[in-house]
Design a protein around this ligand. Sequence first.
Ligand code: PHE
Ligand code: ZN
Length: 863
Amino acid sequence: MLDIQIAAAAPPPFVRREEYRPPEWLVPEIALDFDLGAERTQVRATLTVARNGDHAAPLKLDGEALKLISLTVDGAEADYNHEADELTVPIAGDRAVVETLVEIAPAANTQLMGLYESGGILCTQCEAEGFRRITFLPDRPDVLSRYRVKMTADKARYPVLLANGDPVGAGDLADGRHWAEWHDPFPKPSYLFALVAGDLVANRDSFATRSGKTVDLGIWVRDGDVERTRHAMAALKASMAWDEKVYGREYDLAVFNIVAVADFNFGAMENKGLNIFNSRYILADPDTATDADYDAVAGVVAHEYFHNWSGNRVTCRDWFQLSLKEGFTVFRDQQFSADQGSAAVKRIEDVRALRAAQFPEDSGPLAHPIRPESYIEISNFYTATIYNKGAEVIRMLHTILGPEKFRAGTDLYFDRHDGEAATCEDFVKAMEDAGGTDLALFRRWYSQAGTPRVRASLTHDAGAGRAHLTLAQQVPPTPGQPVKQPMPIPLKIALFGERSGDKLADRLVLLEGDEQEIVLDGVGERPVLSINRDFSAPVVVEAERSAADLAFLSANDDNPFARYEAMQQLMLDTLIAAAAGQTPDHRPVIEAVEQTLTNTDLDPAFVAEAVLLPSEAFVGDQMLVVDPEAIHRAREALRADLGTELEGLWRSAYSAHAANRFEYSPPAKGARRLRTVSLGYIAASGASDAPQMAKRQFDNADNMTDRQGALGILVNSDAPERAAALSAFYDRYRADGLVLDKWFAVQALSTRPDTPDAVAALAEHVDFTLANPNRLRALVGSFSVNQRAFHRANGQGYRFLADMILSVDKLNPQTAAKLVPALGRWRRFDEDRAEKMKGELQRIVATLGLSKDVFEQASKSLA
Ligand code: PHE
Ligand code: ZN
């Protein structure tokens, strides 16, 4: 008994950044020969290995869940030691050819790491450490190899055989089998390896690069889905042109392929010349994809394409440098998307995502710097911090240096490190050298976790025509980092004259120390402060501005993001006061919304974002102790007042933005968005015809945006139209996995009090499965961010989530671990809820056979 407890409690080891050592052996060449089959695949790997430096260490190869059949060194049988996940091979000289033959079972691979099967297609996922589940290799990103890959498979079942690089040969064999061979001329780390075998059809196109090379493009999907790849193809070509224009980066192979699969742990993967995508980020047509889905497809296609330079040509030395490629590439895809439509709306969406996912992470038990110091399981570090805060850090460099110097910095970075495995430090150094700016203090953004808080206070001396702005920063303690140094924080600020509405000052301030005072002259009238415009820094600003000042900014600021932000702050202040038991006046919010709604100069897409209330979860994030029911009541009350008081305006916006026929364009998207937001407020007013209006929109829609929008409103109501719409939606789309995900998600996000029971019932639905990450995220992931439902006082939400985590962990640890952070927020809740959440975390940690993925997240959440 005691033994078992000790075994269960023996924690998996930490990997530490400071322990990085260069590889002892390099692998300049790799030839892989795959005999592919779903039940059984054999991999013959021929590795040319070279001793790196002056040492006598044996060759060590990573390998996980591999059946080793044979091993030779320079053609002869050789000694080796195969223990746990490591194969040790003594090598006499400085160079050798090591050949292994292993067997793996793709169809039994439920982790979706390594070679696995999805809907009859064989595909790979190697980032971060999946290659070791295919064959033995030093599976680390600083070992770069030239790959030659041969695949042999049944021709009827797997007519298409794809790998990285260029196709160099193919042919038929006896017994209905065939083969294909691909060579990738660019040395790459194993995490960028990919192959696909399946019955696929392609949307083919081509792109002429600026130097006149032709690239053959293919987006490979299942038969019948080709029409749904048009948008992704347009986005791919736009991305290729954009990266040439904005970053001077040209594509480097003759072929670029994308494959879409239904089962995928993340969004997509940037494998060299062969991106593999979660099908939800490729397939889009008006009947099945919303405008938001269209935007996500374009954004992810661009992101993966941009990795060809920021990630592949220049890769990461070790996984602590993950944000080097991810933060930079997210910044690049954000810039791209901003250029395609409304930059202001894109910035609002990006900041909303940062606040929804990264701010809570940064203030909780899993907080880590964008360049972490240690990990147990690297898969747990594909976080909003690495990606989204990482992008904000790059954006701050762009803001501080300005676009020209920033571009000089990226040119220098690509130039210096092309073909290398680089570090975050290399990136900052390139920026420093090209920009001629000292970034010594800026480096703290890489080493310190936590969201800085900036206090801003403005005083005005009317006689002297002068304003004093005092800025003070404080970086909160985070796990392992009790004391912080001040960070350089770039803040775009402006002052507006309260009386004239004139802009009296507009500048970029770099707050470097704990506190700083700025003197602004030429300020004769009382100024109103606009700060962190465009969200120039990922910080929380406390500026203590009155409701009147915020309303003024929401109507008069010339920076659209700042206008949105002022309105959000006004709404937030009102909601927090109400949730804390006060009875704040709703008038200032109602009047500000009315002003925005009636301002015909504004883009409807912007108006739709500006008039939306902050989410319940975001309100909760501002409170010391989250009271989910009080927040829900406060928010519903304000929604109802907004709906009732402005009912006429909502109704005219609703009819003014009706369209005859679907069109995909920024104005048409904006109109759809404002129309559904208006319908939401009409429903919130309690108008008796609201359910019929929503049902009519649902029935008559010629696109998914309107249909899902109406369903999202009905799902919160008790009207009979609710059940009718849900069942019509199910009947129409039950065969389409991606749309069925929406059906699960919309119900899990319902604000109705019975949502926890409904979600538990849906987990028993015939179409629910733990094996598909999209389906799991749709139901369980959505439920865990539905603050009111998940935090139901009786703890059933916590129990349900913990049960799900434990079940999924047996199949797919990576995906299970992503569900843990919702339970880790226990410190923010009342004692009763906190105890219940902790109890579930303890139950998880005490489970025998837990993966290290879930162990790391759950044990850190308890600490
Ligand atoms: N590197 C991928 C991306 O951002 C994400 C990913 C990580 C995909 C791990 C699969 C596995 O773009
Ligand atoms: Zn990425």
